[in-house]
Design a protein around this ligand. Structure first.
Ligand code: NAD
Length: 727
């Protein structure tokens, strides 16, 4: 069964229709490419064919390359990838030249891409090789090149063509940030040529094919005297662009994302040479990125496994649990956010707080987010009214009647939570699933206050709820399968990514973040320069240094958690050195960003000015400056060893969740694919060696867990042999 069909009508217009078998979305496979090539060959060879329309039988054009194909290509090594990519270039170049005489640029047949909907990755690279791109006026369609988001870059000519079409500066947001546009915005940006009414798409495509002039079929870069829009690198204008782009990319990525650097190199080097050479250069950089273990790791975590988790890879086999009516108790920062994302996803929400003012304030949070959307033209007035209409603010628990899921986000106090649980359960009826958004209290203990512990579960959101895409679902000891399925179905409804973990102190995400923050603070106490700590973190791909992170989450929260942990652990409590610093910061009133004073200094508008000068007085520099790599290893191992321990202890049951959760939850060095991805890139033996060095220097918190030692001894990796081979 081929993914492309071919038909020629009475007017001599051939239509190549993409319709991948047994898939809801077209994705390009190697066989697909071969079939497309064969049809193009047939159309160009047939004198009765005047031109070609390439379109899709599905509602969308294409979602991109089948990433499993990329994984397979990698198995053959660099030469195989390069050859495979050059073959794709050959097919697309054949479409672009469409049989023209290379000297006279005459004799080509018009080839038009007609996109009914979404066109991503190769789904746009193929149209970019055509002579004209038409898109149906479908506001839901997304058009763009999102490859950079999963650690690669457009490698089927998209990089070279878009740069030559728009100029490096204008192409930058699409290539470097993976910006996606609806058809109208894509037309405005020059990505595509025409937006037409959906019903007219094919008719208009045919009309264009039959009326195209010979000059319409010559790409600007194939025509004589082509000049790159915005200037080639060695023109005054181009110079500014390329110098600026290089600085911007390095500033944003700190050099840790191989794809961004390779993309920029392909754009720059490609701009200096003729088009076909530029394609070769693009292919070489693309090959080097695919050979880099970071690409394997990012594709695995940010695409394949993320999607698998969203589709319910770990969902118990229980009947559909789609949420119809949601109760949210506590309309503070978290509750208000949960109400908003749920109403936005079409769920009816009752939002309860203890006073009408507090409940209304919670609802007003949605209003202000929607207003922002209206201002930016993203939300219509009707949509705003519709979403707000789904949120009922109340104080009376009776309003919870008929809810099939309740999420409580009241104060972090077991007594308050117990009271709320009892009242809510009484109001909602016996089948309702009850969830707590606690960030620190054990779920099993909270469930003990419930009438139905098997219907009690943790659903842990991250702040701010509307921006953070991870949701950590926590099973208490008694939590039943239906509660897990309910939580997963809810997370799917609100289009976030779930991980399911077992109950243990700080669950998974916070358990790993706290040691990261603590390690940074320990270094300050040891007399390591704070700037080194912060920069080391960023240079290894963490979005925020540990000191900035603690400023954001607030130092008093750190103090509260430290006190509670100390009380729970008694003499075994290991973090006295950290507490000395944060308690002192709290005494100084430097509670973090919320008071414009913390490890960083801020101006009165809340903008960060730089590290607080007083740190050098309070914790003066001592000893020799440590090696950058050692500081980075301390910061990463502090998190990663917790992840491994969570796996050993059965808190995590799936390394995919550990990796996806780490990247989405706290931005763990995305280039590495997550903590387990990072360990695989290092190799277990090297990881154990690093741990031994750190343990000797800094103590038992760095002792390599048994699992890692066993893996080192047996030469195993977390994800199996493919990862090591790629590395
Ligand atoms: P918050 O103080 O902003 O909001 C709590 C709300 O609960 C307040 O509006 C309060 O009036 C209301 N409330 C208190 N007792 C109530 C009762 N008996 N009945 C009804 N309403 C009551 O707190 P928050 O930051 O939104 O945190 C709420 C929960 O979410 C806590 O358990 C916290 O640990 C957890 N959490 C917080 C974050 C975060 O970053 N803030 C992240 C994840 C989880």
């Amino acid at each position: 069964m081929t993914d492309f069909t071919y038909a020629v009508d009475a007017d001599g217009v051939a239509t190549i229709t993409w319709d991948a078998a047994a898939k809801s979305m077209n994705v390009m496979s190697l066989e697909g490419f071969a079939a497309l090539d064969a049809h193009i060959g047939a159309a160009l060879a047939d004198p009765a064919v005047k031109g070609v329309i390439i379109t899709s039988a599905k509602k969308d054009f294409a979602g991109g390359m089948d990433l499993n194909v990329i994984a397979t290509m990698r198995e053959g090594g660099a030469q195989a990838i390069f050859d495979g990519v050059m073959q794709m270039h050959g097919v697309l170049r054949r479409i672009e030249r469409a049989g023209m005489d290379p000297k006279t640029l005459k004799g080509a047949k018009p080839i038009v891409a007609a996109l009914p909907g979404t066109a991503l990755g190769i789904g746009l690279e193929l149209p970019l090789a055509c002579h004209r791109i038409l898109a149906a006026d479908n506001p839901k369609a997304k058009i763009g090149l999102p490859e950079i988001m999963v650690g690669i870059f457009p490698g089927a000519g998209g990089t070279t063509r878009l740069t030559r079409k728009l100029g490096a500066m204008m192409a930058a947001p699409f290539l470097l940030e993976g910006r996606l546009s609806d058809p109208k915005a894509a037309k405005a940006a020059g990505l595509i040529d025409e937006v037409v009414a959906p019903a007219d798409l094919l008719a208009r495509a045919k009309e264009w094919v039959l009326s195209a002039k010979e000059t319409d079929l010559v790409k600007p870069w194939d025509a004589k005297g082509y000049k790159m829009p915005g200037g080639a690198p060695y023109s005054p204008q181009g110079f500014m662009t390329f110098v600026g782009a290089s600085a911007m990319v390095n500033g944003k990525t700190q050099g840790v994302f191989p794809a961004a650097k390779a993309l920029l190199s392909a754009v720059y080097e490609g701009a200096l040479v003729p088009f076909d050479t530029a394609l070769r250069i693009e292919a070489r950089h693309f090959t080097s990125v695919l050979m880099n273990p970071s690409a394997t790791a990012m594709i695995r975590s940010l695409f394949i496994n993320k999607e698998a988790l969203e589709k319910g890879a770990n969902r118990p086999k229980v009947a559909d649990q789609t949420v119809r009516k949601l109760g949210v108790i506590g309309a503070g920062m978290m509750g208000a956010g949960i109400a908003y994302v749920s109403a936005n996803a079409g769920i009816e929400v009752v939002l309860i707080d203890s006073t009408p003012e507090a409940a209304d304030r919670g609802r007003a949070h949605s209003e202000s987010l929607l207003d922002k959307g209206v201002k930016r033209g993203k939300v219509t007035a009707e949509r705003k009214a519709e979403v707000l209409g789904r949120i009922t603010a109340a104080t009376d628990y009776a309003a919870l009647a008929g809810c099939d899921l309740i999420v409580e986000a009241v104060f972090e106090d077991p007594k308050v939570k117990a009271e709320v649980t009892a009242k809510a359960e009484a109001a909602a009826g016996p089948d309702c699933i009850f969830a707590t958004n606690t960030s620190t209290l054990p779920i099993t203990a909270l469930a003990a206050t419930s009438e139905h512990p098997d219907q009690f579960i943790g659903i842990h959101f991250f702040s701010p709820v509307d921006k953070m895409n991870l949701v950590e679902i926590i099973r208490g000891k008694a939590t039943g399968e239906r509660a897990v399925a309910k939580a997963l179905d809810f997370v799917r409804q609100i289009r976030k990514t779930p991980i399911v973990v077992n109950d243990a102190r700080f669950f998974y995400a916070n358990r790993c973040i706290i040691p990261y923050i603590n390690e940074g603070i320990r270094m300050v106490a040891e007399g390591v320069e704070p700037a080194l700590v912060e920069n080391a973190a960023k240079l290894v791909g963490m979005p925020l240094g540990p000191l900035q992170l603690v400023d954001e989450t607030s130092i008093d929260l750190g103090v509260r958690i430290a006190k509670a942990t100390r009380a729970a652990m008694g003499n075994a409590y290991p973090d006295g050195a950290v507490d000395a610093v944060i308690f002192r910061m709290a005494d100084l009133g430097r509670l973090g960003r919320k008071v414009n004073a913390g490890f960083y200094a801020y101006d009165e508008t809340g903008s960060r000015l730089g590290l607080w000068e007083g740190l050098a007085r309070e914790w003066p520099k001592r000893g020799a400056r440590p090696d950058l790599a050692q500081v980075q290893n301390r910061l990463l191992m502090a998190q990663v060893l917790e992840a491994v321990r969570a796996l050993e202890e059965g808190v995590l049951t799936d390394i995919r969740e550990g990796d996806v959760g780490a990247i989405l939850g706290w931005g763990f060095a995305p280039w590495s694919g997550g903590p387990f991805g990072w360990l695989d890139i290092l190799g277990a033996a090297r990881a154990v060696e690093i741990c031994e060095g750190l343990e000797a220097a800094f103590g038992p918190r760095f002792a390599a867990p048994r699992l890692l030692r066993d893996m080192a001894a047996d030469g195993r990796s977390f994800y199996g042999p493919a990862t090591r081979r790629a590395a």
